[in-house]
Ligand binder design. Sequence first.
Ligand code: MN
Length: 231
Amino acid sequence: MTATAAFVVEAVPRPTLPVDGERGVFPVRRVYCVGRNYAAHAREMGHDPDREPPFFFQKNPDSLAHDGTFPYPPMSRDVHHEIELVVALKGGGGDIPVEEALDRVYGYAVGLDMTRRDLQGEAKKLGRPWDTGKAFERSAPCSPLVPASRIGHPDKGRVWLEVNGEPRQEGDLAQLIWTVPEVIAYLSTLFTLAPGDLVMTGTPAGVGAVKRGDVLKGGVEGVGVIEVRVV
Ligand code: MN
């Protein structure tokens, strides 16, 4: 008898994210995303931000990409950028109190929740899941993580995105409807969180379509910058 059973098919390696200034990498377990977490973006998508509790969807861990390119995905003619603060967990659990939520945070990154808006729109209309609109291949370009031990826990700061040097998205972490600790606490009532989980915290107003050749450059003040070319 062996201690570890052999895999019966190829075991695909676990996705990881680089960490700024560290040789070690962050092992990714799950990627949670918050929908409509900035009032101005909720309004631009046709919703009333005052009457909605937070809601969540997931991307696949292997949707993450950090090589500076975003391959335009198949089956869509309307792919949108969504610049977001990404939270990386070093601890987890269920029913985490808001006051303890930040103790679970390892660090932060800047991510793009790339979205096949046409497929998402069709899914919404038909009451179907969002996966085809949100969780496709390489749909989550992400900057290297920065440990909270270095930058603290940002709760204000500019969130922005330019396409080919033209301003597109603009907001501030202070405008989050549900703050980072509140999102972690709320998520932990629905799922058991664990080290390696990422949370994409939602996007400010100004989302829009991209095309091949576009250069997306965005950032979160105090966290970092991401630059991605659509190929
Ligand atoms: Mn998003």
